[in-house]
Design a binder for this molecule. Structure first.
Ligand SMILES: Cc1cc2nc3c(=O)[nH]c(=O)nc-3n(C[C@H](O)[C@H](O)[C@H](O)COP(=O)(O)OP(=O)(O)OC[C@H]3O[C@@H](n4cnc5c(N)ncnc54)[C@H](O)[C@@H]3O)c2cc1C
Length: 415
């Protein structure tokens, strides 16, 4: 039997995915005495646990690994460093202190820590939030649930589903289907083209699955279980596709439920916590890393972010981080820009865990990306980007400004 959960520690990490585990191992490597990682799933490892496909691990282990093997290595590395990992434990509230309210098999407990890392990742937008009409039968699920059923529980939930979406994760859903002997009857994308880059977007053709672009799912039918979907094709005609499942993929959102009921500041653009360049939240005893910060990056990117934020947390515990007060507030001016992070730069841009601003657009954009401070332009360059593509800008374009409002804007390309 696992020893009962400690009621106090130096650092509590919420989320045993790549970001949380990397941060925890880094904290131990830097001499932090007690580091505990809490995860609500039955086992640690985060999303890669049920991504039974390549490519994971190149950056971290210089090996091409499948998700479960990668997750196991991350867990092994953290345990070898002396991290206390507790699965099946859900954090239910964040309070100043910091103090966590935690639900365990033994009941509700409180854990007091000197610092907390939030690393709760992302989830896919549900069917309900996408406002798809029709009935509410069984057989409609996100990729994560499909992967969990197939790879962790060896269950084949349907035979001929439709797959909604064309982000990278949607192609991962196709691979999961192939693994389980499931034959999707269509892949449906509301936009004019597949969101993921070539070569992933070749997969439907290789698997003989029709890719229907410019097409919406208007309704799901079924009494108890999915029987068909009605699609609206370009030009407005509707058509019924018989099917026994719907995989609702992508449109990631940060898993920020804990933040919404907490005292911490949320950023409307990313949907995650507002942070400074050290990964510190509005309460500086709380830090955040990984995909909770924004939808969505790869496991390797999240792992690296966790490692660097872990380093900053060790510095914070040793009293080596600059004060979190004041600083430059960083925002985006609106469409086509969707978000920027970090949202605060303190201590005249002292180097932190984030060396770059991360931005995304909400629609295809071409023009000039510029950074203005209190209205005056500091920096600019040409931009051409599609949604879901990573855009980075070195933090030092801000110079040594210590206060003010910095705003990223996209304007017309200069002649
Ligand atoms: C369905 C899906 C498929 C994906 N496929 C890929 C892929 O193939 N390749 C890739 O690079 N990226 C993929 N991603 C992106 C994925 O987010 C990253 O790979 C990576 O897992 C991010 O690491 P993380 O540590 O930020 O979060 P995660 O790996 O998501 O880990 C977060 C952990 O926090 C835990 N948690 C959340 N809330 C609580 C709480 N209140 N209490 C306790 N624990 C909590 C969760 O159980 C989870 O284990 C996928 C994402 C999803 C949702």
């Amino acid at each position: 039997m696992a020893p009962s959960i400690p009621r106090s520690c130096d650092v509590a990490v919420i989320g045993a995915g790549p970001a949380g585990l990397a941060a925890a191992a880094e904290l131990k490597a830097r001499g932090v005495a007690s580091v505990i990682v809490l995860d609500r799933e039955a086992g640690p490892g985060g999303i890669p646990r049920h991504c039974d496909h390549y490519p994971f691990g190149l950056r971290e282990f210089r090996r091409l690994l499948k998700g479960p093997a990668y997750a196991a290595r991350l867990v092994g590395r953290a345990e070898a460093a002396g991290v206390d990992i507790r699965a099946g434990v859900t954090v239910t509230a964040l309070r100043p202190g910091p103090v966590l309210e935690v639900s365990t098999a033994d009941g509700l407990v409180e854990i007091a820590a000197r610092a907390v890392l939030l690393a709760t990742g992302v989830r896919e937008t549900s069917r309900a939030a996408r406002l798809i009409g029709g009935t509410k039968p069984g057989g409609v699920m996100p990729t994560g649930a499909l992967q969990g059923l197939v790879h962790l529980d060896a269950i084949k939930p349907f035979d001929k589903p439709v797959v909604l979406g064309t982000e990278l994760v949607s192609f991962s859903a196709l691979l999961t289907c192939r693994h389980a002997g499931i034959r999707p009857v269509a892949m449906i994308e509301p936009g004019p083209r597949a969101t993921a880059r070539w070569p992933a977007s070749l997969l439907p053709r290789l698997m003989g699955i029709p890719l229907l672009t410019g097409t919406e799912v208007a309704a799901i039918e079924g009494d108890g279980w999915v029987e068909a979907v009605t699609i609206r094709e370009p030009g407005g005609t509707t058509r019924r596709i018989p099917t026994d499942g719907v995989v609702v993929t992508g449109r990631f959102v940060p898993e920020a439920s804990l933040l919404r009921t907490s005292h911490l500041e949320l950023d409307a653009g990313t949907g995650g916590p507002s942070i400074d360049q050290f990964g510190r939240c509005s309460d500086p005893a709380y830090f955040a890393a990984g995909n909770l910060l924004r939808p969505v990056e790869t496991a390797g990117w999240s792992w690296n972010e966790g490692r660097l934020v872990g380093r900053a947390m060790a510095d914070a515990l040793a009293g080596r981080l600059p004060s979190s007060g004041g600083g430059v507030r960083v925002v985006v001016a609106g469409k086509p820009l969707k978000y920027v992070l970090p949202q605060r730069i303190v201590a005249n841009g002292a180097p932190g865990s984030h060396a770059c601003f991360q931005l995304r657009v909400s629609e295809a954009a071409a023009g000039r990306l510029a950074l203005r401070l209190d209205g005056a332009e500091l920096w600019g360059r040409r931009l051409s980007s599609l949604p879901e593509r990573r855009i980075t800008v070195p933090l030092d374009v801000l110079g040594a400004w210590s206060t003010g409002l910095a705003e990223f804007v996209v304007g017309k390309r200069s002649a």
